[in-house]
Design a protein around this ligand. Sequence first.
Ligand SMILES: *[C@@H]1O[C@H](CO)[C@@H](O)[C@H](O)[C@H]1NC(C)=O
Ligand SMILES: *[C@@H]1O[C@H](CO)[C@@H](O)[C@H](O)[C@H]1NC(C)=O
Ligand SMILES: *[C@@H]1O[C@H](CO)[C@@H](O)[C@H](O)[C@H]1NC(C)=O
Ligand SMILES: *[C@@H]1O[C@H](CO)[C@@H](O)[C@H](O)[C@H]1NC(C)=O
Ligand SMILES: *[C@@H]1O[C@H](CO)[C@@H](O)[C@H](O)[C@H]1NC(C)=O
Ligand SMILES: *[C@@H]1O[C@H](CO)[C@@H](O)[C@H](O)[C@H]1NC(C)=O
Ligand SMILES: *[C@@H]1O[C@H](CO)[C@@H](O)[C@H](O)[C@H]1NC(C)=O
Ligand SMILES: *[C@@H]1O[C@H](CO)[C@@H](O)[C@H](O)[C@H]1NC(C)=O
Ligand SMILES: *[C@@H]1O[C@H](CO)[C@@H](O)[C@H](O)[C@H]1NC(C)=O
Length: 857
Amino acid sequence: MNNLLRNTVVLLMLCNGVCQISSNRCKPGTPYSQRPFYMAGDVIIGGLFDIHIYYKTEAFYYSSPPHLQARKISMLLEDFYNFLSLVFAVDEINRNHQILPNVTLGYNVYDSYVDLFRAIQGAVRIYSGNKKQYPNYNCDNSSVLAAVIEGMPPSFSTQYANIFGMYKYPQVSFMSQDPLQSDKQQFPFFYRAIPSEKTLYAGIIALLKHFGWTWIGILYPDDDSCINSIKIVKQMIEESGGCVEFLKMIPSINDYSVERIAEINNTISQATSNVILVYGSKNSVYYLEQNVHINSIPGKIWVHTAESSFRMYNQANDTSVNGTLRFIMSKKEVPDYIKFIQDVNPNRFPTGRTFTTWWDELCENRCPFNVRRRNCTGVESGRPILYSHCNLRFTAMSYSVYNAVYAVAHALHEMYQATPLKERLLDPNKLQFQDLQGWKLNQYLKKVYFTNTMGDEIYFKDDEISIGYDIYNTVHLPNGTNIAEKVGTFNHSAPPGKQIKFDKPIVWENKFIKTSTPRSVCCESCRGGKRKSILKGKPVCCYDCLQCPEGQFSNQTDSEVCLKCPEDQWPNKQKTACIQKTVTFLSYEVPIGITLSFIAIFFSFMTTGVLGIFFKYQDTPIVKANNRELSYLLLISLIFSFLCCLIFVERPAQWTCFLRQAIFGITFAISVSSLLAKTLIVVVAFNATKPGKNLRKWIGVKIPKYIVLSCSTIQVLICVLWLIIAPPSSFYNAQSEVGKIIVECSEGSAMAFYTILGYLCILASISFVIAFLARKLPDTFNDAKLITFSMLVFFTVWIFFIPTYLSAKGTATVAVEVFAILASSSGLLGCIFAPKCYIILIKPEKNRKKQLLKKPL
Ligand SMILES: *[C@@H]1O[C@H](CO)[C@@H](O)[C@H](O)[C@H]1NC(C)=O
Ligand SMILES: *[C@@H]1O[C@H](CO)[C@@H](O)[C@H](O)[C@H]1NC(C)=O
Ligand SMILES: *[C@@H]1O[C@H](CO)[C@@H](O)[C@H](O)[C@H]1NC(C)=O
Ligand SMILES: *[C@@H]1O[C@H](CO)[C@@H](O)[C@H](O)[C@H]1NC(C)=O
Ligand SMILES: *[C@@H]1O[C@H](CO)[C@@H](O)[C@H](O)[C@H]1NC(C)=O
Ligand SMILES: *[C@@H]1O[C@H](CO)[C@@H](O)[C@H](O)[C@H]1NC(C)=O
Ligand SMILES: *[C@@H]1O[C@H](CO)[C@@H](O)[C@H](O)[C@H]1NC(C)=O
Ligand SMILES: *[C@@H]1O[C@H](CO)[C@@H](O)[C@H](O)[C@H]1NC(C)=O
Ligand SMILES: *[C@@H]1O[C@H](CO)[C@@H](O)[C@H](O)[C@H]1NC(C)=O
């Protein structure tokens, strides 16, 4: 509905301006014979080509309707090849009896002057078949229109489709890549002989991915279609993990000012991205290069979506840099076409006066009139300006036009093959627009499939031709020559990842030669052992690389998180992998383990030695004093406490964990309780001397045994309870020390452990107090003093033990405990038995009853 309305409005406007509505329809206009772009035929291919351009030389404001002819006209030298290609293809098809036998193909082309008004005017003339426009009437009864091939810019092409779509003739564009036109609902008669922009987007993304370029700058012209496209490209870049550093609009041809130039120059110079995408037509790129000398900005890789204009290659001082990559629709040079454009001369178009400029340009006006031709044999040397005119790379969209003409011809062929001869006969009176020839052809064009002379398979997929992109690189030789060499291809039909293929090494600018492939990233990727940390307010491609925290690792580049190692593992130095933690425990292999066990053995031998001395001198007073048996018991328990240290210095096992604490607790309980008993003996002995000797005897024999027995039994009971309620056990402690697993004994119940210690301390306190009180009692060999002193040592050791024990980590806790046991045991040994041994061995004269009675020790 909307379309219909728009069409009507446009046609009315058109008629108001240019058509002469008259009752006398089909007044003859200019005879076809006088038209340069016309060739008669049974079936005509319509064409709208830009061959000339109108320059708007004056103001943009008009006080009177502007007169088209008042503007300057210039020939588009390169685009003329498009027209020549159509002429060539039609000739070739007419000569070929395999395609459309008995049917002569003709063409009727209008020059659209890069102007929408002229394009629409031309289109109306194509449909009405006359110099004068009669919308909805066909005044040409000599031939029938098949399709229209057009080379208009996307916006014009869309307009054309909107207006003339109602005639249902196929429209084959060789210029418009506008992805919006791919909508088959809206544009059912639209085809294109070039890839759509969607393919280009995919190509750009594939290229960026191929080289790992994630940090891109984009320049795009001030043009609706490009602005739309750039939005999509930006989104696609971001979706594929890249970032756009800047998006800079470049002015249209007439709008370059000093400020804009400086602005664009600054944007590019200050950009950190090495890769800059220039998304625009070859004209906009040409003017960009002319005004902002972008190629002199060092260290950039340019990616162009437009073919370079041959104009640029005409200049001896072309500034292109190596490594300028261009997406160019796959082109092939048809050998016969090359011969054709070399041989064709103005005589072929006798009425086309303006065309002669083309040949004049070719040979710089030096060709004799009417024998102008393209002469590329020797003439070009010494003619740098149009040297490249003989360079066959720059024949515009010739190959697309060629394929478009062939596609239409093949579709026509199929249609005629399928139509009975009777129906095929053309009835001149029925050749109105409403006839269904065009509509019918559309059905065949959809299905057209053929292999062209260059071996390319041609068909339309959706609306798009089955031809991909080639990627060209510019190589700037030291002698000033530029070579555009094909380095790779982009095939949209290939499976993802294989779409882009480079079959030649790319010559980069010298700056990048050191690295095999230039890079363009905001930040170098984070190697293993680090993680990305996104910077606030910056694109996602810009980040910091942070070292993984303790205990974590990352084994992938650009990892966003660091992973935790399993419990029993630990990251290696670089934090790129987890390695097994080393299992440690206090053992005979480490110095501290050796030292401690050596000391323990040494002291146990010493204690055994003391025990031996006491046995040998068992009948001397000093040994007999204060209960000989208690002394033996004390010494034996000390031997055991020394030896129990050896259980600590080993890999903890279930049973040793319990055994070590139990033996320690019980032997110490025996030691301390025998000291307590000894002290009591001293006290009781003193008191007993007064009332009666019986008491002393009784006490001397029975009480000490009971004391030792009961005190030790309590400790044994505590140990048994501990074992029953919460037995200690060995376990692997992976937390307490970095990178190590410590085999430890868990106490099972800390309370039990401290109860044992506390109980020992209570016993020790009692003996200390009593011994302190009894230290001055006159007795033979009064042990009280020694016991007081040894208890002080004992306390000191165990009081220091607790904080040290709590703060120690890993194997040190065990070492601390062993040390405390050794210190306190050797303290007892030293304080109590050293003076006695001294007397026994060195001063035997003191070890006599008389002497003893004289004065206490
Ligand atoms: C071509 O036309 C001639 C004469 O009009 C006819 O005899 C011949 O059969 C036609 N050939 C084909 C292939 O239609
Ligand atoms: C075409 O139409 C003109 C006038 O409208 C007529 O004179 C001429 O004979 C017709 N030509 C053909 C081939 O029918
Ligand atoms: C672009 O900027 C650079 C330095 O920033 C300067 O040397 C150069 O002349 C500028 N070019 C133009 C065309 O302004
Ligand atoms: C090429 O360089 C010469 C001198 O270096 C200069 O005069 C001429 O204008 C340049 N041509 C173009 C097209 O820039
Ligand atoms: C091309 O030009 C050269 C020099 O003007 C001339 O000798 C030669 O014959 C010409 N070749 C052709 C094919 O016209
Ligand atoms: C420049 O060098 C290339 C290759 O060395 C050569 O093909 C080309 O003809 C040279 N161009 C000029 C203008 O000397
Ligand atoms: C593109 O890829 C498709 C699918 O792999 C393949 O059939 C086709 O031949 C390729 N086209 C070109 C030009 O390589
Ligand atoms: C471009 O590449 C050519 C060929 O490898 C080399 O000779 C030339 O020095 C390069 N130019 C620059 C500016 O890197
Ligand atoms: C990285 O580590 C994870 C977890 O250990 C593992 O699954 C993955 O295979 C590793 N990847 C590489 C590339 O080593």
